[in-house]
Write a protein that binds this ligand. Structure first.
Ligand code: SAM
Length: 395
């Protein structure tokens, strides 16, 4: 993170333009910490100022970081010169940035929320690991659009690189928890879902990909005759999964043991060498499911009197089964304006964000959050909490 340390800051009044940056406001928190909102190159982000004993640390703030490090470095240099800081350490001078390779195949979740159009039939592989099965299938079925989900970053890079080397253009890769992904997809839109050798999580069963909720969502997104294919070397996981499948008691399920596929994945080879049995459960969907609206972004519909929020503010930590909300800190710009720092969402998909109360508007910053089930539940709880503060309820 770009930062500098200084002995002093001659703080100006805000807003003020200097160099390439516009400093919009300063918001102060109790913990000798403040945030400066900067506008630069069409982007808005925060600079964080932390006062320690006899030194002040000024750095790019993590949650709102701009798309390029050079923007943060420029803003910090402008701030240093504007405030005539006596710098004792800094890493904000322009340097040749090591360019991180960007792969077209790697998408972020907004791509699926906003733009993903299913012209081709979609097949999904969950936890593709080394990608052997995914790459094989994509080369064999060029008329299918594949989506590969993985949370292990080196595997993501490795498979994206292979797509480039082998000129494979029908794979989109996403770094996202598979248990939360299906809710982004339209109903009856997917031909196949592969879950091959998922981590069995014997000691932490709540982390398993397969659950009756996941199977229910799979049925919703699968086309009629579409399949969900689970392959596992773990008898325990197999037995657990059968129970989860049977909870939805209208299913067409096929079970196999030691079935050979055209391609053997890296994990499959390992289990075969150890002469382990391999179990398959294939569910064939027979339903047409109701359509579901696209996931948009959550917005605030009301304004709140910031003065009352400050008066009654208290931190909260709410951990529910499917979502959580932590209200961490409050930052004050002036009597009527400020920020609240929160984290919220599903326990496996943590969003950290600010709620900005400024110019008679309330909004999430740096961006509105996606309207997933977990985010929506946390947002509703936040609204409830804000209303309680306004009414003067302190706990
Ligand atoms: C045992 S490996 C199997 C890899 C590959 N399917 C194979 O057969 O070689 C399980 C993979 O699932 C990924 N994974 C685990 N939980 C996941 C989740 N919730 N969403 C997406 N991927 C997940 C892991 O990172 C890991 O690469």
């Amino acid at each position: 993170m770009p930062n500098f340390k200084t002995k002093n800051i001659a703080m100006p009044n805000f807003p003020i333009k200097f160099g390439n940056s516009e400093f919009l406001y300063k918001a102060i928190c109790e913990k000798n910490e403040s945030l400066l909102k900067v506008s630069q190159n069409g982007e808005e982000f925060f600079i964080q100022i932390r006062e320690k004993k006899d030194v002040i640390l000024v750095k790019a703030e993590k949650i709102s970081r701009p798309s390029q490090v050079v923007f943060a470095q420029q803003a910090l240099r402008d701030f240093r010169d504007l405030c005539k800081c006596s710098v004792i350490f800094s890493n904000i001078e322009p340097q040749k940035e090591k360019k991180k390779k960007r792969y077209n195949t790697i998408k972020d979740i907004d791509f699926f929320a906003d733009r993903f159009e299913n012209k081709k039939e979609m097949w999904i592989e969950i936890g593709f690991g080394s990608g052997r099965h995914l790459l094989y299938q994509a080369k064999k079925h060029k008329d299918i659009q594949f989506v590969g989900l993985e949370i292990h970053k080196p595997s993501i890079e490795q498979v994206a690189k292979q797509c480039e080397i082998q000129s494979i253009d029908n794979i989109s890769i996403l770094d996202y928890d598979a248990r939360l992904f299906l809710e982004f997809l339209g109903s009856n839109s997917v031909g196949k879902i592969f879950v091959h050798f998922p981590v069995p999580w014997d000691k932490k069963p709540h982390r398993r990909v397969i659950s009756s909720e996941f199977i229910g969502e799979s049925i919703r997104v699968l086309k009629p005759n579409g399949t969900l294919e689970l392959r596992s070397d773990s008898e325990k996981y197999f037995n657990y999964s059968i129970e989860e499948f049977l909870k939805l008691n209208k299913l067409n399920i096929n079970i196999n043991k030691n079935k050979n596929l055209d391609i053997s994945s890296k994990y499959e080879d390992r289990w075969k060498k150890q002469e382990k049995d391999i179990y398959d459960i294939t569910l064939k969907n027979e339903e047409i499911s109701e359509e579901k609206p696209k996931i948009s972004k959550i917005k605030f519909n009301s304004t709140y009197e910031f003065k009352k929020i400050v008066k009654n503010f208290h931190k909260i930590v709410k951990n529910e089964k499917d979502f959580f909300l932590h209200v961490e800190d409050i930052f004050i710009i002036n009597e009527n304006e400020g920020l609240i720092k929160i984290s919220l969402g599903a326990s496996t998909k943590n969003e950290r964000v600010y709620v900005e109360f400024a110019r008679d508007k309330v909004s999430y910053f740096p961006d509105n959050i996606l309207e997933t089930k977990a985010n929506m539940q946390a947002h509703n709880l936040l609204i409830e909490w804000l209303n309680e503060l306004i009414l003067g309820k302190t706990k």
